[in-house]
Design a binder for this molecule. Sequence first.
Ligand code: 5GP
Length: 323
Amino acid sequence: MPDSAPTTQRVRPPEVDRVAASRAAVAARRARAAVKSDLATGARSPVAVLNAALADPAGPEGTLRITDFLMSLKAIGATKTAGILQRLEIAPVKRLGGLGKHQRERLKEFLVDRFERNARPGGEAQRPSRLTVLAGPTAVGKGTVARHIREHFPDVLLSVSATTRKPRPGEVDGVDYYFVDDATFDRMIADHQLLEWAKVHNSHRYGTPRAPIERALAEGRAVLLEIDLQGARQVRAAMPDAMLVFLAPPSWDELVRRLIGRGTESPEEQHRRLATAKVELASQDEFDARVVNSTVAEAAREVVDLMQVRARRPRRAATSSGR
Ligand code: 5GP
């Protein structure tokens, strides 16, 4: 390089270079749009795109902004993206190829947990399913989350189970459960009226009436079952396409606090339920997705997003959408 060559001085590139640069920018934008479209259609998995980004930070995957990346994924919209980025401690302006070591690790863990765990062989991890099962340990708040969905997302049909237990104060027959006696429950089993049934907590029997579910599915409606682990396993066996969502507590201590705090069980019953909860928590790997129940509204929204149902929400709240 000659001594006189300018080193720091800004030089306006010749016209021909500017044209080339702008063409290159357009091509790069197109390549990134193709990556986003592949993510949205499920043609490429999020982890595969992340791996490509890390292998070539200057390539279309590497130069993709983390915000655009997340918003291309199914069931993740603007609101959810902001929350995820906050949790993963990643600035929204970051590009995939420019993530720090720990940020990459946290992002990969999130993606595997959310999209790849138990992806069915030959199938798509993100394929929408019309039948969704919400299960999880005792006292995690399944019932509360399910009720919130029933009240705020009327597009989702929440299955009403039959049970042999007696109604609690405020519970309505046909809304919370169909309260039936043992003979009726026996008859429902014998007549194959139940999609699944189980004796829960070694006390009462609970079962999912088959007919309303089949009718709703035939009409293309999204159906949610809030049932126990034994029931979830039976549904998986009977309907392999069903999506199983595990509702997890923020921590074990929080689960214990919720169980004891609600004060509806005797100390012996609490002990028994916590023992069951340990077994249930160990079953998480059998599920397609995991939602942490930190707040009811957020957990409900996540479940519904997974079901990919567009919520018909009250007008006042209809400003920010998860998608
Ligand atoms: P609870 O008596 O507190 O309403 O419900 C007790 C448990 O029964 C909960 O874990 C709930 O998920 C489960 N359960 C409710 N309905 C059904 C059902 O139809 N089938 C199965 N297997 N479990 C159910």
